[in-house]
Design a protein around this ligand. Structure first.
Ligand SMILES: [Zn+2]
Length: 82
């Protein structure tokens, strides 16, 4: 009998703590040095599973990034010219 093994999606439990919870950092849209770390080099917001931020802080980061974009502190997209 051939039984297909169900692929169990491994949930990566990389106990990466949320940086904001750990150090109690306030998320400010003017703090672009901080926000830049949560944005890819193309200007996209990095997903939670990569940065390890908790849901609450990720939401705040996303809002801060969007606000920073609006007042042109962060780029919407970064275009690489070939
Ligand atoms: Zn957090």
């Amino acid at each position: 009998m051939i039984r297909k093994k169900k692929k169990v999606k491994e949930k990566k439990m990389t106990n990466k703590p949320c940086r904001f919870c750990m150090d109690d950092i306030e998320i400010d849209y003017k703090n672009t040095i901080l926000l830049r770390r949560f944005v890819t080099d193309r200007g996209k917001i990095t997903p939670r599973r990569i940065t390890g931020t908790c849901a609450r802080h990720q939401r705040r980061v996303a809002a801060a990034v969007k606000r920073a974009r609006f007042i042109a502190l962060l780029p919407y997209v970064k275009v690489y010219y070939r």
